[in-house]
Design a protein around this ligand. Structure first.
Ligand SMILES: Cc1cc2nc3c(=O)[nH]c(=O)nc-3n(C[C@H](O)[C@H](O)[C@H](O)COP(=O)(O)OP(=O)(O)OC[C@H]3O[C@@H](n4cnc5c(N)ncnc54)[C@H](O)[C@@H]3O)c2cc1C
Length: 370
C-alpha cells in the first residue's frame, strides 16, 4: 500500500517536494495550500499584458544537477546578469557587488583607497556593520550598505543584524567580470508564463487542496485536522514558518514583508542590457526596481518595472539575526523523524532561494530512499 505524505504549503518548496515524491513512487501525497493558486511569489501573473512575479525570481544556482533537473521539466534560458546600485551621494550608478574599477572613478577614491589600506581583519566582526566596515571601509559602507541594509531589514541599527554570510554574495569588492555571480547558472524559464507549468507538472500526482488552511497541528504524531477531520501521515513536509506548527510556544518568528508596485513605461527597455534589477542604497522608500523583460524576454513596445517597498505585509524575509535563527531551530529540532521542514520559511533562512528549495526536496528523497 502507498505511504502517505502531507505537504504544508504549495510554494516552490512544497511543489518541489511533491515532485520528488512522485518521482520516487509509492507515495500518496496531499498538498495543502492556503491561497487559491500554487507557486506563491514565484507564480507569473500579468499586468498591462506583461508577465511578472512578486520580485525578480530568476533562477541562480552553483549546482549543475539542480539546473539540469529543472531544465529537464521546464526549459531554461541562460542569461548574463549584472546588478547595479544607485549611490545618491555620487549621483551615479555603480556595480553591485562593489567593483574595483568603479572605485577608481569615484569622487572619494583617495579617501576610499586609504581606508581600504587600513582595513583590519574580518575575524573580529560581530555584526553586519562591523563586517562591512572592516571589509570595505567606512565611506563605501556609508554609500552602499548602511541605509540600504536598515531599509531592507527595517532596523534602526545594523548592529542588530549579527549574521551576514548572505550579504556580500560571496565577495565584498569584486574585480574582473561584472557578472553578479561568475560561477553559477543564471537562467529564467523560456515559457511566457515562467515557472507556472512546473507547479502543475510537480504536483500532477498529488491531491492538491487549494484555499485550505490546517486548523490543528499535532506534529509529534504527524497528524493534523483538515476540513474538520483528524488525519495522520507517514511523513510531513513543512514549508511554512515552524512556529505556526507549535502554536508559537517559543515565541513568534519575525519577518520583513514587501509591497510591490508595478508600472508600465512607454519605451521598449529602460535598464541597461543584462541589468535585471537596480538597488537603491539611500533614503528612497524602495529597495530595488526590477525590469522583468530583461529576464522574461517578453516582446512589447512598452516595458514593465516594479518597485519593492519593505513593509509589514507578508512573511517574505526571515531576519538574519542569530537569536531568531536559534528560535526557529528550537522548533525544527523538536520535529520528529519523518517530519521535514524545508524552503525559505520552513528553515527560517533568508539565503534559501529557488534552487535550494529543489535541492532540499531532493535531499528528502535521498533520505527516504536510504
Ligand atoms: C521579493 C522576493 C524576491 C525573490 N527573488 C528571488 C530570485 O530572484 N531568485 C531566487 O532563486 N529566489 C528568489 N527569492 C526567494 C525564493 O523565491 C524563495 O526562497 C522561494 O520561492 C521560497 O519558496 P517556499 O515554498 O519555501 O516558500 P513560499 O513561497 O513562502 O511558499 C509557502 C506557501 O505556503 C503557503 N502557506 C502559508 N501558510 C500556510 C498555511 N498555514 N496553510 C497552508 N498553506 C500555507 C503560502 O501561501 C505559500 O504558497 C525571492 C524572494 C522574495 C521574497
Amino acid at each position: 500500500m502507498a505511504k502517505t505524505a502531507l505537504i504544508i504549503g504549495g510554494g516552490f518548496a512544497g511543489c518541489a517536494a511533491a515532485h520528488q515524491l512522485a518521482l520516487m513512487g509509492g507515495w500518496k501525497v496531499t498538498l495543502v495550500e492556503k491561497q487559491s493558486e500554487l507557486g506563491a511569489g514565484v507564480r507569473t501573473r500579468w499586468y498591462g499584458g506583461h508577465p511578472f512575479t512578486f520580485g525578480p525570481r530568476h533562477f541562480l544556482t552553483p549546482w549543475e544537477h539542480v539546473y539540469g533537473f529543472l531544465n529537464e521539466y521546464l526549459p531554461l534560458r541562460l542569461l548574463k546578469h549584472e546588478f547595479i546600485t544607485y549611490v545618491e551621494s555620487d549621483q551615479e550608478f555603480y556595480n553591485f557587488p562593489i567593483h574595483r574599477d568603479d572605485i577608481d572613478g569615484m569622487p572619494d577614491r583617495e579617501k576610499i583607497d586609504n581606508e581600504l589600506e587600513q582595513r583590519v581583519g574580518l575575524e573580529s566582526a560581530k555584526n553586519l556593520e562591523e563586517y562591512w566596515i572592516s571589509s570595505v571601509g567606512p565611506t563605501l559602507y556609508e554609500q552602499y550598505i548602511n541605509t540600504s541594509s536598515k531599509k531592507m531589514w527595517q532596523v534602526d541599527d545594523n548592529r542588530e543584524i549579527d549574521t551576514f554570510s548572505w550579504s556580500p554574495k560571496g565577495v565584498t569588492i569584486k574585480e574582473g567580470s561584472r557578472d553578479a555571480w561568475d560561477s553559477r547558472f543564471s537562467a529564467y524559464p523560456i515559457a511566457p508564463d515562467g515557472y507556472n507549468s512546473y507547479f502543475d507538472i510537480a504536483t500532477a500526482e498529488a491531491q492538491v487542496m487549494l484555499g485550505t488552511t490546517i486548523t490543528d497541528y499535532d506534529i509529534p504524531n504527524r497528524s493534523v485536522v483538515l476540513n474538520g477531520e483528524k488525519k495522520r501521515y507517514d511523513i510531513v513536509v513543512n514549508t511554512i514558518p515552524p512556529d505556526v506548527l507549535y502554536e508559537f510556544e517559543h515565541g513568534a518568528l519575525p519577518f520583513v514583508g514587501r509591497d510591490l508596485h508595478q508600472m508600465v513605461l512607454p519605451m521598449e527597455h529602460c535598464f541597461p542590457p543584462n541589468v535585471f534589477f537596480i538597488y537603491y542604497a539611500g533614503q528612497e522608500k524602495f529597495t530595488r526596481l526590477v525590469e522583468y523583460k530583461r529576464f522574461t524576454q517578453h516582446k512589447s513596445p512598452t516595458t514593465l518595472v516594479a518597485m519593492e517597498i519593505p513593509s509589514k505585509n507578508g512573511k517574505h524575509y526571515p531576519l538574519p539575526v542569530l537569536s531568531e535563527i536559534a528560535r526557529a531551530q528550537k522548533y525544527i529540532d523538536q520535529m520528529p523523524d519523518q517530519v521535514f521542514s524545508i524552503g525559505r520559511n520552513g528553515t527560517y533562512l533568508y539565503q534559501v532561494d529557488i534552487d535550494d528549495c529543489i535541492a532540499q526536496a531532493m535531499e528528502i528523497r535521498e533520505k527516504l530512499s536510504s
